[in-house]
Design a protein around this ligand. Structure first.
Ligand code: 0A1
Ligand code: ZN
Length: 832
């Protein structure tokens, strides 16, 4: 295996050299691109040895102050002795963008050239100090064939362009803001362009450009609206203005992640740009707005103030996710927004912490940095910022942000610097709060009620069980938001391992709604009565509490079923659903969540050991109970909302249709055929697949015919192929379909990633056999994409004995001399 050495946060050392300016020239050719990099170097200490990172490069020449030097290689780095305190270094390398299927560095997407440099992709372009604390001013000249690549883009402002011999042309870009190399970007291609402009609060006009594949310009309009809204929002909310003459977004179909915040030139996965009513769901529209905002917000939280080293990734990511979540709740927020955020933490992040990849939001050890773009760093990181925001209040948080920018604009800093700015601006001590950055794992918060002589109170205790990476844990400051039904709300600040809170005198014991708004990323243990849970499910004013109460009831029920027993929670759950379905409709988004049966994945989080067959059966049984007992009232509600042209109504309709798919077979078919937009059409198709209806084949075939020319839509089809029952025996056929492409991570994630993450057929002998063929093939093409989909398999120790053996054999079989560093690190941890 290509093992990378582990790096530790504790070993951080400042760089031996600084690079204040970098002049780049790209002579673009499909398979032989020449890169000339001229760096202005200064020593940052006494060490004369300059060690430059480089991967997959062909070195052409090296000159130091105009003189050729013969460098040596040590541990994969290029080592050059620099005697003087400052020098000019010129390096020429040659690279092959067409052969680059890993999609890191300079590569081709469709007919265009594009780059991805975060985290360590710049070293695939030239030898460089590829670390975020080396900040340089970039000037980039791009040269390419004019007919094939009429548009030549890079960071910053365009300073010159012109014609060259042989049908070639050039453009030179200058970015005045010093930046680390991970924010470098280059694009060359032939795109359709949507333009607009934005006038900043201080009156500067900014040109806005979105570049998309030919013929798809109108599908960029929603992204443009979201961009303008984001720019205004950041001025209004944080006083942050844009700082260049233009802001460009390029949408490409080949991209490993969602998007990238390169300075002035964001590069996006096309699925987070392109949308119209016929091809994108309401959820797609919301995701696009959130990601556009996220990348735009990085201009300050990430670019103007960046990370000292990659251990600090959550400095920019946790904060920027929090900012995009705030934005989303202003832009299109509904009661479901926060519920979905909590779901990501409770299903994906808690699972990560329960497995071999457990790490604090600021990891202590990393081999392959690409493996640390995790739900822990991003989403738990955002929860930590959310807690700070709650603790300091809106004005206090804003004061902390202002001080953070005042102190650190133009610098590469640490998470401690951020928390210190928050503490100093508010004159509070946050040293204990910093524990959230150091400690991995999920705190278990146990709630005990005290009810004596009319006095009500709570005894709260917290304990974080050991994780794979860290045995010792301590208590963390936890905001515990509550509602006492009918008596108002409060936030209890738990500081210690155990604390008691007196909440006053009451005539009757009040009903406690715990963890309102998911106020802290914890697991709750609370032996609340079934009746109280049912009351919360129907009556709590907080949407998260209502959905959580339903889940807590179902958890009791499923736990009993797994033991072959019955449980009164079933009747209470059904009765509450009945109540919700028959009362006047007040919040369709929330009801849409309440009328979903939790996924098998969500159920896995309820138990330490995974009884997969038991959970699959339990889920089927829940679905059939709802159908049998509540068909009439749910169908009435379905009739009431199905033609309402409004987002909440569409969400509720889709939930109801999914629940009632089997008895409504013809209705599902009609809804699909008569769909007025993609939300309706995809909802009906998904319902057919979820119910495994006889007509699902016909509908899937129809869908593929309608949308064969739109790869982003066909990803929805691939996802359903990955999810459906009988997926495995159809895989060969689906992979031969023109919609599938081994080299495109959107395609492989949609089909293979979905199969691994959601389909119980994955966990069969045949499933493991299939994966043992598919994963090595994919790993050889794109290590990052492969590593990002194996997460569920790493949880192998939680399965039953037979699956444990099967998975262990699968994972061991994946460890070969050809295994990538990305996958290798995960396998090594999982099998330790
Ligand atoms: N910084 C980007 C995410 C991103 C990270 C790594 C990538 O390649 C390895 C690409 C994108 C963001 O947070 O949006
Ligand atoms: Zn980000």
């Amino acid at each position: 295996m290509a093992n990378k050495p582990v790096k530790r946060l504790a070993d951080y050392k400042a760089p031996a050299f600084l690079i204040s300016a970098l002049d780049l020239t790209f002579e673009l050719h499909d398979t032989q691109t020449r890169v000339t990099a001229v760096s202005t170097l200064t020593k940052n200490g006494t060490d004369p040895l300059l060690r430059l990172d480089g991967e997959q490069l062909e070195l052409v020449s090296v000159e130091l102050d105009g003189k050729a030097v013969t460098p040596r290689f040590e541990e994969g780095q290029l080592v050059i002795e620099v005697a003087k305190d400052s020098a000019t270094l010129k390096i020429v390398t040659q690279i092959d963008p067409t052969a680059n299927t890993a999609l890191e560095g300079l590569y081709r997407s469709g007919g265009a050239f594009c780059t991805q440099c975060e985290a360590e992709g710049f070293r695939r372009i030239t030898y460089f100090l590829d670390r975020p604390d080396v900040l340089a001013v970039y000037t980039t000249k791009v040269i390419a064939d004019k007919a094939q690549y009429p548009q030549l883009l890079s960071n910053g402002n365009l300073v010159e362009s012109g014609e060259l011999e042989g049908g070639r042309h050039f453009a030179t870009w200058h970015d005045p803001h010093p930046k680390p190399c991970y924010l470098f970007a280059l694009v060359a291609g032939d795109f359709d362009l949507l333009e607009d402009s934005f006038t900043t609060a201080s009156g500067r006009d900014v040109l806005l450009q979105i570049f998309v594949d030919k013929g798809r310009r109108v599908q960029a309009r929603h992204a443009m609206e979201a961009l303008k809204f984001s720019m205004k929002w950041d001025e209004d909310t944080y006083g942050l203005e844009y700082d260049l003459d233009r802001f460009m977004i390029v949408a490409v179909d080949f991209f490993n992640m969602g998007a990238m915040e390169n300075k002035g030139l964001n590069i996006f996965n096309a699925k987070y740009v392109l949308a119209d009513d016929d091809t994108a769901t309401d959820q797609d529209f919301d995701n696009i707005a959130a990601i556009i905002a996220h990348e735009y917000f990085h201009n300050w939280t990430g670019n103007r103030v960046t990370c000292r080293d990659w251990f600090q990734l959550s400095l920019k990511e946790g904060l920027t996710v929090f900012r995009d979540q705030q934005f989303s709740s202003d832009w299109a927020g509904s009661s479901a927004t926060r519920i979905k955020e909590a779901q990501v933490i409770r299903t994906l992040q808690f699972a990560e912490d329960a497995g071999p990849m457990s790490h604090p939001i600021r990891p202590l050890e990393v081999a392959e940095m690409n493996n640390f773009y995790t739900v822990t760093v991003y989403n738990k990181g955002a929860e930590v910022i959310r807690m700070l925001n709650g603790l300091l209040g809106k004005a206090g948080f804003r004061a902390g942000m202002d001080l953070y920018f005042k102190r650190h604009d133009g610098q590469a800093v640490t998470c401690d610097d951020f928390v210190d700015a928050m503490a100093d601006a508010n004159d509070v001590d946050l040293s204990r709060f910093k524990g959230w950055y150091r400690q991995s794992g999920t705190p278990v918060l146990t709630v005990r009620e005290i009810w004596e002589n009319g006095h009500y109170g709570l005894k709260l205790s917290q304990l974080t069980p050991p994780t794979s990476d860290q045995a010792e844990k301590g208590p963390l400051p936890l905001p515990f938001a509550i509602e006492l039904l009918g008596h108002g709300k409060d936030v209890l600040q738990l500081q210690d391992a155990e604390q008691t809170f007196a909440l006053g005198q009451f005539d009757e014991k009040p009903i406690l709604a715990p963890l309102c708004g998911f106020s802290a990323p914890v697991k709750l243990v609370f032996e609340q009565s079934d009746d109280e849970l049912a009351a919360l499910m129907e009556k709590a004013s907080d949407g998260f509490v209502r959905v959580d109460a339903a889940e807590r009831l179902l958890q009791r029920l499923v736990a009993a079923w797994l033991q072959g027993q019955e449980h009164p929670a079933l009747e209470l759950w059904l009765r509450s659903l009945h109540g919700i379905a028959t009362r006047p409709l007040t919040d369709a988004f929330l009801d849409a969540e309440l009328f979903k049966v939790p996924s098998v994945n969500a159920m896995q989080g309820w138990f330490e050991q995974i009884d997969l067959d038991g959970l699959v059966a339990a889920r089927q049984r829940l679905r059939s109970q709802v159908r049998e007992r509540l068909f009439a009232v749910l169908h009435d509600r379905y009739q009431m909302v199905k033609d309402v042209k409004e987002k909440g109504a569409r969400a509720l309709t889709n939930s109801l249709l999914t629940l009632l798919a089997e008895p409504l077979e013809q209705g599902v078919f009609d809804r699909y055929q008569q769909a007025r937009n993609m939300t309706e059409r995809q909802g009906a198709l998904a319902a057919a697949v979820a119910g495994d209806l006889a007509n699902s084949d016909a509908l899937l075939a129809d869908f593929a015919e309608r949308f064969e020319d739109n790869p982003q839509v066909m990803d929805k089809w691939l996802m359903l192929q990955g999810q459906r029952s009988g997926a495995l025996k159809r895989m060969g056929k689906v992979m031969e379909h023109s919609a599938f492409n081994w080299n495109n991570p959107n395609r492989t994630r949609a089909l293979i990633g979905t199969f691994i993450a959601t389909n119980p057929e994955c966990h069969t002998e045949a499933g493991y056999q299939w994966l043992s063929e598919v994963l090595p093939k994919l790993d050889a093409i794109n290590p990052q994409a492969t590593a990002r989909m194996v997460g569920p398999l790493l949880q192998w120790r939680r399965f039953d004995q037979k699956r444990r053996q099967g998975l262990e054999a699968l994972l061991k079989g994946l460890q070969t001399p050809h295994t990538s560093a990305d996958l290798g690190e995960l396998l090594g941890k999982a099998l330790k």
